[in-house]
Design a protein around this ligand. Structure first.
Ligand code: ADP
Length: 607
């Protein structure tokens, strides 16, 4: 229930939606039920010469069903007696038309308001999820599988949308129909109505027990669906490898397994869901039969109710099962929907591990140095990745990190823009802990180029500008520095060329130079280059390295390099192994150490 109220919180201000919805659904329901009572005068006109309920005087106005019934009967009697049966029939038909018109007009307005509510709620919910998720720490995206995230933002939201729309309609509209119907039923015959009412709790209990178990299965269903999405994402994302390793069968098997588990759950839930309306329909008809028997005896034996009245009564009673059915359906779809809503709120409530302190300061300028002071870090408790690191990156210098893979180099690089925070020690920038600066101002000082260049399916221009307000001249200037201008101009549409999904239409070296242009444009004080040339062939590497050298000129840089030839000029080289700095110095000094790790690595690469 708490989840449900929280969802409705997205319809703020509630009064803007609920009041018009309430009014229009009240009148829609009123005329909807009244339509069925016209069976009574219709039969009276066809089979009798005067209304069974003769009203001689125009009744005085009061707000009650009796008043409206008397008013109608007064005119019906008037037409029957003074103008004949045909005009009375015309009068009844005109009244039916007016009532049907009104009930449908109100129904249309109700539906419009409802759809508006539904669309607003879902859009706000999605915005909220996305807003929170993009601000979460990097770790979140590696731990949680992407498929899981995508299902939550798409299919879970649809599930919620469905549940909310159904339930609002059912809870705000159907009770009116029920109440109005019962008011009319009681006013026709309280005996029959009491009799009919005996059946309702019985069917309610039966349906309730069916629905109760739906919720649990629904939770599982969404979990399995997200596995399914993950498999699809993995298979298609890595289709080159899948094909290359003849692993289509393997992936297919994986997909098949998840898919059939999904099928199993879908069936289970659907079978149960479908049971509810069938049971309630059967119960409804059983009530009708009981009433028919009992009412029939009232006509045949007691003669206490007229046939037209009884038929009108049955017509209205037949409409009572529909709202009950709708409400029970809505309860079951709410059960499903709330399972999804909980998954969505879990995302919205996840707190980023890297948070900004209240009162954090703006980083205005980078003046002196970045210092690692006894820094240690672990992704998972008890598995240290970095131990007691101490080093300084002075302004204007290039510091290189080298060493065997898995040693912790990328992790060190990730600590500087605060993708993660150290668990021991601290990192300072100009003497102040990184955690005391605002995240935005800190990251604005940094330019990051990684091994895998990340481009978005957009124009080259937008990929370089990437959200900054810049002129074409500035973008071109950046592209020139990044050695990218010439190849961009050779493309058919120049800077307006769309690069395709993740930049597939460009070569690795081209993509990398666009990433560099993006970093150049930001004119960062501090550069972080994480194996920026490792994935390239020799020719592209030369072009990219040239671009990087231009970019690094007069800047502070932390460079992670696999190919040691590219960092020989670095001001200091740190050799990192198993989370510790095992050697440090310039290329010349390190190469002197006869049994040093660096010397060994250089010799291996020379071969
Ligand atoms: P390098 O850049 O030197 O190759 P990394 O910094 O990438 O090394 O990795 C250091 C260690 O941390 C490795 O043992 C790696 O398995 C582990 N590691 C890296 N990223 C994660 C992560 N997101 N979760 C858990 N462990 C990780």
């Amino acid at each position: 229930m708490k989840t449900y109220w929280r969802l409705l919180g997205y319809l703020r201000p509630v009064s803007r939606y609920v009041v018009p919805f309430f009014l229009s659904s009240f009148f829609g329901s009123l005329f909807g039920v009244v339509n069925f009572t016209f069976v009574i005068p219709l039969l009276e006109v066809l089979f009798y010469d005067k209304p069974l309920n003769v009203v001689e005087q125009l009744p005085a106005f009061e707000l009650s069903t009796q008043y409206f019934a008397n008013l109608f009967n007064y005119y019906l009697g008037y037409f029957l007696q003074t103008k004949g049966k045909l005009s009375a029939l015309q009068f009844v038909c005109a009244a039916v038309l007016a009532s049907v018109f009104l009930s449908n007009a109100f129904r249309y307005f109700t539906q419009r308001i409802l759809e508006g509510m539904r669309a607003d709620l879902v859009a706000r919910l999605r915005d909220d999820v996305f807003r929170n998720v993009v601000h979460l720490h990097l770790d979140f995206f590696s731990n949680q599988r992407k498929g899981n995230l995508i299902t939550r933002i798409t299919s879970d939201v649809i599930e919620v949308e469905y549940a909310v729309a159904n339930s609002l309609r059912a809870f705000l509209k159907e009770p009116f129909i029920l109440i109005i119907s019962f008011v009319i039923l009681f006013s026709i015959s309280w005996k029959l109505t009491l009799f009919a009412l005996l059946f309702i709790p019985v069917s309610g209990l039966m349906i309730g027990s069916i629905i109760k178990r739906l919720r649990h299965s629904a939770l599982n269903l969404q979990a399995v669906l997200s596995n399914l999405t993950s498999v699809i994402d993995e298979a298609f994302g890595g289709i080159r490898i899948v094909k290359g390793f003849n692993a289509e069968g393997y992936m297919q098997e994986k997909f098949h397994k998840e898919n059939w588990q999904y099928r199993h759950l879908v069936r289970k839930i659907a079978f149960r869901r479908e049971l509810a309306p069938s049971v309630s329909e059967f119960m409804g008809v059983a009530v009708m039969c009981g009433v028919l028997l009992y009412g029939g005896s009232l006509i045949l034996i007691e003669q206490s109710i007229s046939a037209p009245l009884f038929l009108g009564y049955l017509a209205v009673l037949s409409q009572v099962t529909k709202p009950i059915k709708e409400i029970s359906n809505a309860v079951s779809s709410v059960q499903r929907g709330m399972a999804s809503a909980e998954r969505i709120f879990e995302l919205i409530d996840t707190q980023p591990a890297v948070k900004e302190k209240t009162g954090a300061k703006e980083l205005k300028a980078f003046e002196k140095e970045i210092c690692f002071e006894q820094v240690s870090f672990a992704y998972e408790e008890g598995v240290p990745v970095l131990n007691d690191l101490n080093f300084t990156i002075p302004k204007g210098k290039v510091i290189a990190l080298v060493g065997p893979s898995g040693g912790g180099k990328s992790t060190i690089a990730d600590l500087i823009p605060r993708f993660y925070d150290p668990i021991g020690g601290r990192i300072t920038l100009d003497g102040m802990d990184l955690r005391d600066y605002t995240l935005k101002s800190l990251r604005a000082r940094m330019g990051i180029v990684t091994q895998e260049s990340i481009l978005f399916n957009d124009t080259i221009f937008n990929n370089i500008a990437f959200g900054m307000e810049v002129t074409p001249e500035q973008v071109e200037e950046a592209a020139r520095i990044a050695n990218a201008h010439d190849f961009i101009m050779a493309l058919p549409e120049g800077y307006q060329t769309i690069v395709g999904d993740r930049g597939v239409k460009l070569s690795g070296g081209q993509r990398q130079r666009i990433s560099i242009a993006r970093a150049v444009l930001r004119n960062p004080d501090i550069l972080i280059l994480d194996e920026a040339t490792s994935a390239l062939d020799t020719e592209s590497e030369r072009l990219v390295q040239e671009a990087l050298n231009k970019l690094m000129k007069n800047r502070t840089a932390l460079v992670i390099a696999h190919r040691l030839s590219t960092i020989q000029q670095a001001d200091e080289i740190l050799v990192v192994q198993q989370g510790r700095i095992v050697e440090r110095g310039t290329h010349e000094s390190l190469i002197q150490q006869t049994s040093g790790l660096y010397k060994r690595l250089v010799e291996m690469q020379a071969l």
